[in-house]
Design a binder for this molecule. Sequence first.
Ligand code: PRT
Ligand code: ZN
Length: 283
Amino acid sequence: MLRIAIQSKGRLNEESLSLLQSIGIEVDAPKRKLLSKSQTFPIEALYLRDDDIPHVVESGTATLGIVGLNEVEERGADVAVISRLGFGACRLSLAVPKGEDYDGIEWFAGRRIATSYPNILRKYLIERGINAKVEVITGSVEIAPAVGIADAIFDIVSSGSTLIANGLREVETVFESEAVLIANKSLTEEDQAVIDDLLFRIDSETVSRGKKYMLMNIPRASLDEAIKILPAMRSPTVMPLASPDWCSLHSVIDAADLWTKVRQLKAIGAEGILVMDVDKIIL
Ligand code: PRT
Ligand code: ZN
């Protein structure tokens, strides 16, 4: 039975569990239980605070963990990052009060920077030869300049609205993060086989995320142009229709491109366009 550490509550909890569910692994949500065995896969979930996950995986108490890459980096955990999971995206950035005349990284020399990520920040400052004072605070870092604890902050940003609400301006992006799957570095053969299966399933899930299946009727005369608009995994599927002047074209596209593609295809005569969700893509 392989153990996977998952955040017990907080931003990554729900998406970690729904990722497992989407690849056929059902585990009970963390109510009162710290551990929950899956009935559908040889795995058990261990629910923890995200701060503890890198160390628990490094020590082998859990073989796997789902956690923000920022936590792995900050704690300097000696674990293997085996997959980027495509959710929990954020960045660690430096921000200054918006009225400041910021003219580059030198601005921080001699200033106080509040953060909950002192290790990543110190490394960044040392690499650039900036001598600043790092003030470690946990929680509500964004209010530090307003209350006079610091001149600037180094914190997690996703939409940026928290910075704006606190009169701060993001000036340097230091570290890009997302949720990752981490593994202990010494694995048994049996663990490795289970992990290979898990990674295969996760890859299929990540590939199909944000994809749409699209089919339409297209005049034969426009087929070459349509194929240029719709680059599929290999190339689009073309099927004949009863009328020899028309064919049916099928392809998988990024959902983000949908309306641009629809406009281009309509312009070359596409009709009866059908768009469907993609559940899984097994490459
Ligand atoms: O209780 P536990 O210790 O487990 O959780 P936690 O409170 O330490 O962490 P949690 O649940 O807040 O975040 C877990 C992980 O989610 C982080 O380590 C990041 O990897 C990731 N993540 C993604 C974020 C954000 N986006 C995010 N926006 N973590 C925090 N934030 C904060 C941000 O600092 C700001 O204060 O959310 C606020 C809103 O951000 P904006 O920019 O959208 O306004
Ligand atoms: Zn935490």
